[in-house]
Ligand binder design. Structure first.
Ligand SMILES: [Zn+2]
Length: 294
């Protein structure tokens, strides 16, 4: 994304470092993310949009898609693999080869709307994966849990009024991208939190809003848009979540997954810019996803 941009390659190394330090990395099976195909992307984005991104991708230098979102010559393959990771994870989990999956991908995806890149996001990775589950595997009810500090406006744009997808999002408000204060459709469960909110407000909102909605929906597969930028140490925003909150929320969602979805959970990295907090929080999340929390 350019020098001094918070969405930087070191983010993935920070997660890897903590996987090693915690000892849980050795229990995980690793896969290389394939490139998403145009057909997979076209389940979410108009073909003209996919074509335009391919055409604008530079062979040298940098082009900006919006003030925060740039492409260099490595960005298009990275974006295609970020979307492809969720597709592969979906195939592995639905074929029973894995019970759960975490996709440490860059660029993130949840601000990418149907036909618009924004907020560091080019393709909506979690949406491409969820549509793959529905259209290629015939899954009828998919839930997307988004705990990034920013509202997942792109995911909302794509799935609003899609009865096969429930989206639950908690985020700081008012804050970028300044959407989500109200639910635009019955399948959307937005919880805006005021700046300064911490563990208590987060856990209360999950318990009051997310869990009853998920119980009623009975998802057959659960995705996470896993952003860790609501952490108290992350100065991208002003929420005050702790490492333990990410383990806790994953446990709450896992209980739903075990009741309705055969335990199937797939998580895709979104934000998280304070490197140490990102690595530690991701490990809390992955530990529960992988069933290594005892
Ligand atoms: Zn974010």
């Amino acid at each position: 994304m350019g020098a001094h941009h918070p969405e930087r390659p070191e983010r993935l190394a920070a997660i890897d470092d903590q996987l090693i330090a915690s000892g849980i990395g050795q229990h995980l099976k690793r896969y290389e993310a394939p490139l998403a195909t145009d057909e997979q992307l076209a389940r979410v984005h108009p073909r003209e949009y996919v074509r335009a991104i391919r055409e604008i991708a530079p062979s040298e230098g940098t082009v900006h898609l919006d003030p925060d979102t740039a492409m260099n010559r490595y960005t298009l393959p990275a974006a295609l693999r970020a979307a492809g990771a969720g597709v592969l994870a979906t195939d592995l989990v639905l074929k029973g080869e894995a019970k759960s999956a975490f996709c440490p991908v860059r660029p993130p995806g949840h601000h990418a709307c149907r036909a618009r890149a924004m907020g560091f996001c080019i393709f909506n990775n979690v949406a491409v994966a969820a549509r793959h589950a529905v259209q290629a595997h015939g899954v009828e009810r998919v839930a997307i849990i988004d705990f990034d500090v920013h509202h997942g406006n792109g995911t909302e744009d794509i799935f609003e009024n899609d009865a096969q997808v429930l989206m639950a999002s908690i985020f700081q408000h008012p804050f970028y991208p300044y959407s989500g204060a109200e639910d635009p459709a019955p399948n959307m469960h937005n919880v805006p939190l005021a700046a300064g909110s911490g563990s208590r407000e987060f856990r209360a909102a999950v318990t009051r809003v997310w869990l009853p909605a998920l119980e009623e929906f009975a998802p057959q597969l659960i995705y996470f848009s896993a952003g860790f930028d609501a952490h108290v140490e992350d100065d991208m925003a002003m929420l005050r979540f702790t490492d333990g909150d990410y383990g806790w929320v994953t446990e709450q969602i896992k209980a739903i997954a075990e009741r309705y979805a055969e335990g199937r959970m797939i998580s895709l990295l979104e934000g998280g810019y304070a490197l140490s907090a990102l690595g530690r929080s991701a490990v809390q999340h992955i530990r529960v996803l992988a069933g290594l929390n005892t």
